[in-house]
Design a protein. Structure first.
Length: 542
C-alpha cells in the first residue's frame, strides 16, 4: 500500500513539475518499498518451503507411505501365471496376483467367507497339468467344480477318495483309500514303528492340558494299538492277506478275548524289529493278567478312537485297501490330483479320517525325497483334522521336497493344538492371507506385523481465556503409527483380503472368484441342486 501511495504522489509531482530533489526522494521511497516487497516474498517463500519440508515425514520411524496391491510385483509376487505354478492370492484392477514359490501358505477366514470360491477352487484351476494336488473341503462342491477340469482339460488322473459315494450321484467315480495300506512296505525297517505311532497319535490326540489317569489310559491305548498295527503289517507282508487296515484292527480290539490272546501269542513268537514286537505283546498280556480292569479301560479307549472304522460303517467298507497308488503323486509322468470328499454333515464326526488320509499322503510325498513333480495340499477346514504328525515336516522340509501345504483356518488360534510348534504355521509360511477377520487377537497381531509408517502431526495451541490476545501456535512432530490399525483389519470391506508376503508390509487385494476369470469359469461345473449364485462380471484373464 505504501508503494502505491508513494507512486501516486510521485506521478502527481511529475505532473506539477515539482522540485526535482523531491521527486528523487519519492523515487527512492518507491524503490525501498519494492525491495521490501521482494524481500518479504522471498522470506515467505523460504518459510513455506521449510514448513512443507517439516510437514513431510523423513521416514525415521518407517516407510512414509502405505504399500498398495500394485506394489505386489515389487515385493516379488507376479501378475501372470504362464508356467502354471502360480497360487492366486487376489486381484488388483484387472490383474491377478500370483505366488509361485514352494513355501507353505496360511489362509485365514471365518466360516462362509467364500474360501472355496475365492481361493481353493481358484488354485485348482490355476495350477497346471504338471502340478499335482491333494484337495479337501466340506462336501463335494470343490471336487465336482474342479475335478472334471483337471481330468478332461489337464489330462490328469483324478482320484476321489469318497467313502460316502457322493461323486457317484453325479456320474463320477469314487475311490477307496487305506491310510495304513503302505505299512507292509516298511516291515523290518524302523520307519514302520514311527508310522504306526504317528497314526495312533492322529486317532488319539493328546490335549494340551491332559493329565492324571486319563492321560495314562490314552498313552497305553496308543502303545497297544500301535504294536497291534505293526503286527498286522507284518502279517500282510508275509501272507498277502489284506489285514493291515483300521477296520481289521477295530475288530481285533473289539472282538473276543480269545482272538486277542491268540494274536498276542503270534506276536510273542515274532522276533522282527529286534524283538520289540515280542516285548510289546508281553507287556499287553501282563497288563491284562495283572490288572484286568485297567486293561479293559485301555482297550475301551482304543476302541472308541477306532469307532469310525467299525467294519459295519461306511469307513469299514472303504478303508480295507486302496484302489489307486498314492505314490503316483511323486512319480514323474503320472500327473495325479486327489480330492477327499466328506459330506458337510459328516465333517465333524469323521474329520480325523480326513486328517489320517492327508497325513498318509503327505508322508508318502515327503518320503519320496524329490522336488518334482510338485504337490500342493489344499487343506480346507484344517482345524477339523486333529493333529497331523506330517504337517510339521511339510512346513520345514516341504519346500525342498516339492510339497506345498496350504492350510485354511478360521483364525490363528486354530493352530494352537500343535502346542509349541503352532508358530511354525506363521513363521514357515511365506504368504499369509487374511479376510473376514473377526478375532481381535489376530487383528492386533496383523497390525504389529504390518510395521510402522512415519507421519507428521500438528499440535495447535489457542488462548485458554476468552480475554486473551487472539492468536495461536502450531507445533509439528514426526512419529510412527502402524501401517494398518487393528480396527482397520477388523473392518476390511467385503471381498477384500490382507496379503502378507515374507517380511513386507501387507497389501490389500480384491478376492478373485473363479467365476470372474476368463479361462476358469468355462471349465467349472456348478454342482446340480446347489443354490443359484449371483451373476458377477468376468474381469480377469487367467
Amino acid at each position: 500500500m505504501a508503494a502505491v501511495v508513494f507512486y501516486v504522489i510521485y506521478r502527481g509531482l511529475i505532473a506539477l513539475d515539482a522540485w526535482e530533489p523531491l521527486i528523487w526522494l519519492y523515487t527512492l521511497l518507491i524503490a525501498y518499498c519494492l525491495l521490501s516487497i521482494v524481500r518479504g516474498l522471498w522470506t515467505e517463500f523460504q518459510w513455506l518451503r521449510l514448513l512443507r519440508a517439516m510437514k513431510t515425514a523423513s521416514g525415521i520411524f518407517g516407510r512414509t507411505d502405505n504399500p498398495t496391491a500394485s506394489d505386489a510385483e515389487t515385493f516379488g509376487l507376479k501378475f501372470s501365471n504362464p508356467d502354471g505354478n502360480g497360487i492366486p492370492l487376489g486381484g488388483v484392477g484387472n490383474k491377478i496376483i500370483y505366488y509361485d514359490g514352494p513355501a507353505p501358505i496360511s489362509i485365514r477366514a471365518a466360516t462362509n467367507a467364500g474360501k472355496t470360491e475365492s481361493s481353493s477352487a481358484s488354485i485348482c484351476f490355476a495350477l497346471g497339468a504338471h502340478r499335482n494336488i491333494i484337495a479337501t473341503a466340506k462336501g463335494a462342491e470343490l471336487a465336482y467344480l474342479a475335478g472334471p477340469c483337471r481330468h478332461d482339460v489337464l489330462k490328469q488322473n483324478v482320484i476321489f477318495i469318497d467313502p460316502w459315494r457322493e461323486m457317484r450321484k453325479f456320474g463320477l467315480p469314487s475311490h477307496d483309500f487305506n491310510p495304513v495300506g503302505h505299512f507292509p512296505d516298511y516291515v523290518g525297517k524302523p520307519e514302520l514303528i514311527d508310522k504306526a505311532k504317528a497314526t495312533v497319535l492322529t486317532l488319539m490326540p493328546e490335549s494340551a492340558n491332559a493329565s492324571g489317569e486319563n492321560k495314562i489310559f490314552r498313552v497305553t491305548a496308543r502303545d497297544v494299538s500301535a504294536w497291534l498295527l505293526i503286527k498286522l503289517a507284518i502279517n500282510q507282508a508275509e501272507t498277502g492277506e489284506l489285514c493291515c487296515n483300521l477296520p481289521y484292527l477295530h475288530g481285533l480290539i473289539g472282538g473276543s478275548n480269545a482272538d486277542l490272546q491268540n494274536f498276542l501269542s503270534e506276536m510273542i513268537a515274532c522276533d522282527l524289529h529286534n524283538g520289540s514286537v515280542r516285548r510289546a505283546a508281553e507287556r499287553v498280556r501282563a497288563m491284562i493278567e495283572r490288572n484286568p480292569k485297567f486293561a479293559e479301560v485301555v482297550l475301551k479307549e482304543a476302541l472308541t478312537a477306532l469307532e469310525p472304522y467299525d467294519p459295519a460303517g461306511p469307513l469299514g467298507e472303504t478303508t480295507n485297501y486302496s484302489n489307486f497308488n498314492p505314490r503316483d503323486l511323486k512319480t514323474p509322468g503320472k500327473p495325479t490330483s486327489i480330492f477327499i470328499v466328506v459330506p458337510a454333515e459328516k465333517a465333524l464326526l469323521y474329520g480325523q479320517n480326513t486328517g489320517l488320509c492327508i497325513n498318509a499322503l503327505i508322508d508318502i510325498c515327503i518320503e519320496a525325497n524329490r522336488f518334482e513333480p510338485r504337490v500342493s495340499i489344499i487343506a480346507d477346514e484344517f482345524a477339523s483334522y486333529g493333529v497331523l504328525p506330517s504337517a510339521l515336516p511339510a512346513l520345514y522340509l516341504g519346500r525342498s521336497r516339492g510339497v506345498q501345504l496350504i492350510t485354511y483356518v478360521q483364525d490363528t488360534q486354530s493352530y494352537e493344538r500343535y502346542g509349541k510348534e503352532a508358530s511354525a504355521f506363521t513363521t514357515q509360511s511365506e504368504v499369509v492371507v487374511a479376510f473376514s477377520i473377526r478375532s481381535t487377537k489376530d487383528a492386533k497381531e496383523y497390525s504389529e506385523r504390518s510395521g510402522q509408517r512415519s507421519i507428521v502431526t500438528e499440535s495447535i495451541g489457542v488462548p485458554q481465556q476468552s480475554g486473551a490476545t487472539p492468536g495461536y501456535s502450531t507445533t509439528l512432530s514426526e512419529r510412527g503409527i502402524p501401517h494398518y490399525r487393528p480396527d482397520e483389519f477388523l473392518h476390511l470391506a467385503d471381498f477384500t483380503a490382507a496379503v502378507f508376503f515374507k517380511q513386507n508390509p501387507p497389501i490389500i487385494v480384491d478376492l478373485v472368484s473363479y467365476r470372474a476369470v476368463d479361462g476358469w469359469y468355462q471349465h467349472a461345473k456348478p454342482m446340480p441342486g446347489a443354490p443359484p449364485l449371483k451373476d458377477i462380471p468376468v474381469k480377469y484373464k487367467a
